[in-house]
Design a protein around this ligand. Structure first.
Ligand code: NAD
Length: 398
C-alpha cells in the first residue's frame, strides 16, 4: 500500500493530476512527473513503487547521497494540448504543500525540466527537488547552486540533464552486450522514443559503435538497416522528441508505429510510454537484449516469455536510474557539476551493477528483475536499519 496518494481535479478543465508517495525515507520521496493523456492513479502508483526499488540500486557505502523513498507525479493531459502549461501550473499550485514537505520531483515522460522549473518558479517553488535538498551538505542554498551549475552544462548541443539518463541506459546496454559476449561494433539497436531518454541512449550507443537502425516517436518508426544519422536527428528533433522528417535521407524508411518491435536488431530500447511489450508481442521480437529505459515497459508475463526465449531484459529500475542518481550525486556533492564527472561516476556504477545482476540471474536461475529486486531490497533493508523513514525532513534538519 502507498504511504500517501493525492488526486487533484483541475477546476477549469476537469483534468486529473496525481501524486503517489510509495514510501518515505528520511521523510522524503523522489520521482518524476509524467504528463500523458490517459495516465491513471494505478500507473502513477506502479511508477512510484518502481522509484522505491530504483533509488538504492547504485548506492554504495560512503556516498553522501543516501537514497530516499519512491514517489511519482502524473497529469492526465496531452503535452501538446494548448492548455498543458496552465494545467501544470495549477497542478503545482495545488500540490505545493506536498512538494514543499516531502515530494522531490523532476522531468519525466511529456514534461521537460526547464518547463517544470519555469512553472514552479511562478508558483513560488525554488526547485522541484527542494524537499530533498534540505538534507544535502550545506543545505538548500548549496544544493541549488550545484544543481544550477550542473543543469547549465551542455554537451554537443544538448543539456547534461537530458543526457545522463540515456547515457546510463547505454551503459547498461553495453554491460549486457559484454555479459552475452557480443561486441558493440557488431550490434544494431532500435529505440522507441526519441525524447530525453531515447535521444541520449541513441547518441551514446552510437558513440560506442552500435548501429542505430530504428527510431520510433509518436509519429511512427524511422528505419534504415545501414544506420540512421543520429546526431542530425537529435539536434533537429522538436522539444517533445519528435523527429523532423525533413532531415531524413532517401534510404530512411518510414514504417507504422507497431513495427518498432520486430525490426531486425540485437538491442531493443523502449524509451517512451509504459506497458509497450505484452506477452502477445514476444513472438515478434528479434532482439537478444531489451534494455528498459521507459518505466514499466514490459509486462511481467512478457518478461517471463522473453526469458524462456533466451532474451535478456535489463529492468527499468536499474537501466534508467541515471538522471535520478546523477541529480542527487551532484546536489549532495558526491560528484562535480561537470559532464566528465557525471559520465565517469555513472559508468563506474552502472556497468558492474548490471554485470553482477545478470551473473546472479544466470547463477540462480532467476530473471534479471528478480536478481535486481533482491539487490535493491537488501540495500533498502540496510538503509532502513540506519535511517528513520517517515520522520519529516524539516524536523530532521532542525
Ligand atoms: N527523463 C528522465 O529522466 C527519465 C528517467 C527515468 C525514466 N524515464 C522514463 O523514460 C520514458 C521516456 O521519458 P522521457 O523523459 O524521455 O520522455 P520524453 O517526453 O522526453 O520523450 C518521449 C518520447 O516518446 C515518443 N512517443 C510518444 N508517444 C509515442 C508513441 N505512441 N510511440 C512511440 N513513441 C512515442 C515521443 O515522440 C518522444 O520521442 C518514460 O517512461 C519515463 O518514465 C525518464
Amino acid at each position: 500500500m502507498s504511504y500517501l496518494e493525492v488526486t487533484w481535479t483541475d477546476d477549469e478543465t476537469g483534468i486529473n493530476g496525481y501524486i503517489v508517495v510509495d514510501r518515505l525515507s528520511r521523510g522524503v520521496a523522489g520521482g518524476g512527473l509524467r504528463m500523458r493523456q490517459g495516465v491513471t492513479i494505478e500507473e502513477v502508483r506502479d511508477l512510484a513503487r518502481g522509484m522505491t526499488l530504483k533509488d538504492p540500486v547504485l548506492w554504495q557505502e560512503g556516498d553522501l547521497y543516501v537514497p530516499f523513498g519512491g514517489g511519482k507525479g502524473g497529469i492526465d493531459c496531452d503535452p501538446y494540448d494548448p492548455r498543458a502549461r496552465d494545467v501544470l501550473r495549477r497542478w503545482a499550485r495545488a500540490m505545493k504543500p506536498v512538494i514543499d514537505l516531502c515530494f522531490a520531483t523532476g522531468e519525466d515522460f511529456g514534461v521537460r525540466q526547464d518547463l517544470i522549473d519555469e512553472v514552479f518558479a511562478e508558483e513560488g517553488i525554488r526547485s522541484s527537488a527542494e524537499a530533498g535538498y534540505r538534507l544535502a551538505p550545506g543545505g538548500v542554498e548549496a544544493a541549488l547552486a550545484r544543481q544550477d551549475a550542473a543543469f547549465a552544462v551542455r554537451v554537443d548541443g544538448v543539456g547534461l540533464g537530458e543526457l545522463v539518463g540515456g547515457f546510463g541506459v547505454a551503459e547498461a546496454a553495453l554491460a549486457a552486450l559484454d555479459h552475452r559476449g557480443m561486441k558493440p561494433s557488431e550490434s544494431r539497436a532500435v529505440v522507441q522514443g526519441f525524447g530525453s531518454m531515447g535521444g541520449a541512449t541513441a547518441r551514446y550507443l552510437a558513440l560506442a559503435g552500435v548501429r542505430i537502425v530504428g527510431i520510433a516517436d509518436r509519429e511512427g518508426v524511422i528505419y534504415n538497416p545501414n544506420g540512421l544519422e543520429v546526431e542530425t536527428l537529435l539536434l533537429t528533433r522538436d522539444s517533445h522528441g519528435v523527429v523532423d522528417r525533413a532531415q531524413l535521407h532517401a534510404a530512411d524508411l518510414q514504417l507504422p508505429s507497431a513495427q518498432w518491435l520486430s525490426c531486425d536488431a540485437e538491442i531493443l530500447v523502449p524509451a517512451a510510454m509504459s506497458y509497450v511489450i505484452d506477452v502477445d508481442d514476444v513472438a515478434n521480437i528479434n532482439a537478444t537484449i531489451i534494455v528498459e529505459a521507459a518505466n514499466v515497459s514490459t509486462s511481467l508475463d512478457a518478461e517471463e516469455a522473453l526469458r524462456a526465449r533466451g532474451i535478456t531484459v535489463v529492468p527499468d529500475f536499474v537501466a534508467n536510474t541515471g538522471t535520478n542518481q546523477w541529480w542527487w550525486w551532484v546536489c549532495f556533492g558526491d560528484i562535480e557539476p561537470t559532464a566528465q564527472s557525471a559520465f565517469t561516476m555513472l559508468s563506474s556504477r552502472m556497468r558492474p551493477t548490471v554485470r553482477t545482476i545478470l551473473a546472479s540471474a544466470d547463477r540462480d536461475g532467476i530473471s534479471p528483475r528478480e536478481a535486481a529486486t533482491r539487490l535493491s531490497l537488501s540495500k533498502r533493508a540496510e538503509l532502513d536499519s540506519r535511517y528513520p523513514r517517515t520522520i519529516n525532513a524539516v524536523e530532521l534538519v532542525e
